[in-house]
Design a binder for this molecule. Structure first.
Ligand code: NAD
Length: 499
């Protein structure tokens, strides 16, 4: 076991600034209205920095800087842009622990996840898109003897990116890497709950990018996000967040007839067929582990397997074993490398989760375990901790239908394959799903029948850069990761040439 020193403590890898301004044109810029807001750490509830409160004027300044930089960046040879992405990847890798502490302190997630998953994935994302952009080829078609069609992929120009608080650095890199690879300049708005770790990243990589290619405007949704997403000066809005906000983003963008990619909410089913428990072996163990993924990142994952569907034949036994496994999830100080579940990202989120736990009880679901705020004592007693919670109930209940975004799983049983598919698909969402069966045919069929953009078959929660990720139904539009992401950041130019 090891414990990283908290920012502000002796020996800490991270020293946060007392205040963070906007990052515009390669420099720190004070907010036009001069206002700042407090940023608390969910680990203890104490404020550790304050952040510029962005408004439309700040967005305009960032757009000026981005427009000033976009043409030159778009014309920068692909190999050179790819080199910059690789250098960013190296810089993140060289500062992995520092960034992990910064991220964990601001978001509350356990450092073992930040070190082992979030940041290595961020590094790989930059390297993946550096490779992909170099491998991209245009098309030439000989239409007739004297007519040739040339196709070129061109950047969109200046793009807006608006991200949530659950994976601040990873969500930023998921968006920045393909946009920059494709030759766009960016104005990024972090979530108001988690802007600081993104500024720690910007400080590390600023010298690698021409000024104005990446700009960060802090602030709240309506004050800073809306003017950005509604601006006629952006060529695209890439958004990750709630479905209700996604609807607004589409409305804003429709005024300017620009494309959006929307990565929205989910209520992912995790389906366990009876053959999973045929033997007490490594596969069974892996399936139980897959069940507990509902508590990964404190359940603050858009693809959180927040509904578990267990086949009747193994229902009691599987649920009992899964409950034991859930109780063994170690909750503790997020900077302790032994900790498996940390703090919810904000007090608002903590209260929302507790309210849903109350709703679950009131609508008659059976509380199997958890269901309360965890008081971890000492300096953590002001932090935002919830015990991993299992409810048993019916898929019609609100706790099965609405996104809680916390370490809460709602469990129900099914008899036949058709029942399972009916329950799994009885949701407005279609982002992620899990399927567990030793029978390859059943697993494959279920993977195809579940209406979700990503189905994990006999595993859960891997996010490789080369696997397309995105939502069906109310979970979004477009895909992230995979080289198809470049299509969302480029437009096709056709030259039809007579010879
Ligand atoms: P949110 O929609 O409240 O906020 C997301 C971002 O949008 C923030 O930066 C916020 O300031 C901004 N925003 C809010 N209102 C706005 C407006 N009117 N105009 C412009 N910007 C606005 O979401 P959240 O609570 O930060 O994040 C949690 C949600 O994100 C969950 O629903 C989760 O499922 C979803 N999510 C989805 C994915 C995915 O890939 N599909 C990934 C992570 C999170």
């Amino acid at each position: 076991m090891a414990k990283y020193a908290a920012p502000g403590q002796p020996g800490s890898l991270v020293t946060y600034r007392d205040r963070y301004d906007h990052f515009i044109g390669g420099d720190y810029v004070r907010p036009a209205k001069g206002e700042y807001f407090a940023n608390p750490t969910p680990v203890t509830g104490e404020v550790f920095t304050e952040v510029a409160r962005g408004t439309a004027e700040d967005v305009e300044r960032a757009l000026d800087a981005a427009h000033g930089a976009s043409a030159a960046w778009g014309r920068t040879p692909v190999a050179q842009r790819a080199n910059v992405l690789n250098e960013i990847a190296d810089r993140i890798e060289d500062n992995l622990e520092l960034l992990a502490v910064a991220e964990t302190w601001e978001n509350g997630k356990p450092i073992r996840e930040t070190l082992a998953a979030d940041l290595p994935l961020a590094v790989d994302h930059f390297r993946y898109f550096a490779g992909v952009i170099r491998a991209q080829e245009g098309g030439i078609s000989q239409i007739s003897d004297d007519l040739v069609a040339y196709h070129f992929q061109e950047p969109l120009g200046v793009v807006a990116q608006i991200i949530p608080w659950n994976f601040p650095l990873l969500m930023a890199t998921w968006k920045l890497a393909p946009a920059l690879a494709a030759g766009n300049a960016v104005v990024l708005k972090p979530a108001e709950q988690t802007p600081a770790s993104i500024h720690v990243l910007m400080e590390l990589i600023a010298d690698l990018l021409p000024p104005g290619v990446v700009n960060v405007v802090n602030g709240f949704g309506v004050e800073a996000g809306k003017p950005l997403a509604s601006s006629s000066r952006v060529a695209k809005v890439a958004f990750t967040g709630e479905t209700t906000t996604g609807r607004l983003i589409m409305q804003y963008a429709s005024e300017n007839i620009i494309p959006v990619t929307l990565e929205l909410g989910g209520k992912s089913p995790n389906v366990f067929f009876s053959d999973v428990a045929a033997h007490q072996d490594a596969f069974y163990d892996k399936a139980l582990e897959g069940f507990t993924m509902f508590a990964l990142n404190q359940g603050e994952v858009c693809t959180c397997p927040s509904r578990a569907l267990i086949q009747s034949g193994i229902y009691d036994r599987f649920l009992s074993d899964a409950t034991e496994r859930t109780k063994a999830i170690r909750q503790g100080h997020p900077l302790d490398t032994d900790t498996m579940i940390g703090a919810q990202a904000s007090n608002d989120q903590l209260e929302k989760i507790l309210a849903y736990i109350d709703i679950g009880k009131r609508e008659g679901a059976r509380l199997v375990t958890g269901g309360e705020r965890a008081d971890l004592g000492g300096e953590l007693s002001g932090g935002y901790y919830v015990t991993p919670t299992i409810f048993e109930g019916d898929n019609k209940m609100r706790i099965f239908q609405e996104e809680i975004f916390g370490p809460v799983v709602s469990v129900t049983r099914f008899d036949s394959y058709d029942d399972a598919m009916k329950i799994a698909n009885d949701t407005l969402y279609g982002l992620g799903a899990g399927v567990w069966s030793r029978d390859g045919g059943v697993a494959y069929r279920a993977g195809r029948d579940i209406q979700a953009g990503r189905v994990w078959v006999n595993n859960y929660h891997a996010y490789p850069a080369h696997a397309a990720f995105g939502g069906y139904k109310n979970s979004g539009i477009g895909r992230e990761n995979h080289r198809m992401m470049l299509d969302h950041y480029q437009q096709t130019k056709n030259l039809l040439v007579s010879y």
